[in-house]
Design a binder for this molecule. Structure first.
Ligand code: PDD
Length: 283
C-alpha cells in the first residue's frame, strides 16, 4: 500500500483532509480568537432603526481593535441591501467583521483581509415580556476591561446567560468587583427611584448602548431626571422600578431582581410611560 507523503492535516468532525484544502471559514480568526466586532440592528415596520448610530459604533469598534481599511459606506449599503432583499417588516439584522482567515497564530498575517458576515432574521415581538416583565439574576462581571468595544468575545456573557436560565431568569446582570452593576449580559440596565432614572455612566465597563441613548431622550421628554451613576445590587433590590434596554426589544420591565420582587411585581408606571414614549421614535 502506498504511504501518503508527509502532509499537514486538518480534521472537520471526523473527516480528515489536507490542511491546505480547508475552507477559509474554518480558519477565521473570529473562531480562533474572537478577533472581530459586530452589530445588531432592528427594523420596525419596514424601517431600520438608528442605522447611523449602529454604523458609527461599528466603525469605532473596528478602529479600537485596529481592523483597518474597511469601507464603512459599503457596509451600510450591504446592510440596506440585505434588509431590502429579505422584505421583513420587523427584522433583526446581525453582522460582523473579523480580522480575516489564516493559520492559527496570535499575530495576524501581514496582508490578511477582513471577513464580513450578515444575517437578517424575522423578529417576533413578544408582548408578554413587556406586559409582564422579566426576572433577572446577578453574575460576577468577569469580562475584559474594554466592554465598550462590541467584540465577538462573548464567553462571559454566554456563561452569565446560561446561569440566568438555570435560575429561571430572562437576563443576567453583571456585578463588578467593587459591587456595582455594570450592565446586562446583552442589555443595558436602568433603575427608577422617585423621579430619577439611574444608569451606569458610559465608560470602558459597558457598551454604549444605542437603546440607552433613546431611553435617555425619552426619559427627559417625560420629565425624569437622568443620573449617570452605577448602582449596587442592594440599591437595585429596593428601587421602585427596574428595566433593561436592548435593540431587539427596546424596553423590558424587570419585576424580579436576584429573587427580590420589585415594586408591585408588575411593570412600573414610569417604565410603561417610557415604553410609550420610545414608540414615538420607532413609528
Ligand atoms: N446586545 N450591553 C451589552 C453587553 C449588549 O450585548 C447589548 C446589546 C447592549 C444593548 O445595546 P444596544 O442598545 O445598542 O442594543 C448592552 C446585542 C443586541 C447582542 O449582543 O445581541
Amino acid at each position: 500500500m502506498k504511504r501518503i507523503d508527509k502532509m499537514q492535516i486538518a480534521m472537520i468532525g471526523d473527516k480528515m483532509l489536507p490542511l491546505e484544502d480547508v475552507g477559509p471559514e474554518y480558519l477565521d480568526r473570529g473562531i480562533f480568537f474572537g478577533d472581530g466586532v459586530y452589530e445588531v440592528l432592528r427594523s420596525y415596520n419596514g424601517k431600520i432603526f438608528a442605522i447611523d448610530e449602529h454604523i458609527a459604533r461599528f466603525e469605532r469598534s473596528l478602529g479600537e481593535i485596529e481592523i483597518l481599511g474597511v469601507d464603512i459606506d459599503e457596509i451600510r449599503t450591504r446592510v440596506k441591501r440585505a434588509f431590502d432583499k429579505a422584505g421583513l417588516a420587523n427584522a433583526k439584522i446581525y453582522f460582523h467583521i473579523t480580522r480575516g482567515s489564516g493559520k492559527r497564530d496570535h499575530l495576524p498575517e501581514a496582508n490578511i483581509k477582513p471577513n464580513f458576515f450578515l444575517t437578517v432574521m424575522e423578529l417576533k415581538d413578544n408582548a408578554k415580556l413587556k406586559d409582564e416583565g422579566v426576572a433577572v439574576s446577578i453574575y460576577p462581571d468577569i469580562r475584559w476591561k474594554r466592554c465598550d468595544i462590541k467584540s465577538l468575545n462573548l464567553l462571559a456573557n454566554v456563561l452569565a446567560k446560561q446561569d440566568a436560565e438555570k435560575k429561571g431568569c430572562w437576563e443576567a446582570v453583571f456585578v463588578d468587583d467593587a459591587s456595582f452593576i455594570t450592565e446586562g449580559s446583552s442589555s443595558a440596565f436602568f433603575a427608577v427611584a422617585g423621579d430619577k432614572l439611574q444608569t451606569a455612566p458610559l465608560n470602558a465597563n459597558i457598551l454604549p448602548s444605542v437603546t440607552r441613548k433613546y431611553i435617555v431622550k425619552a426619559a427627559a421628554n417625560i420629565g425624569l431626571k437622568i443620573v449617570e451613576e452605577s448602582l449596587t445590587p442592594v440599591a437595585a433590590r429596593i428601587a421602585g422600578e427596574l428595566f433593561l434596554g436592548v435593540t431587539t426589544r427596546d424596553i423590558i420591565p424587570v419585576v424580579k431582581f436576584d429573587g427580590q420582587v420589585i415594586g408591585s411585581g408588575r411593570p412600573g408606571k414610569w417604565t410603561k410611560l417610557l415604553i410609550e414614549e420610545f414608540k414615538k421614535f420607532t413609528t
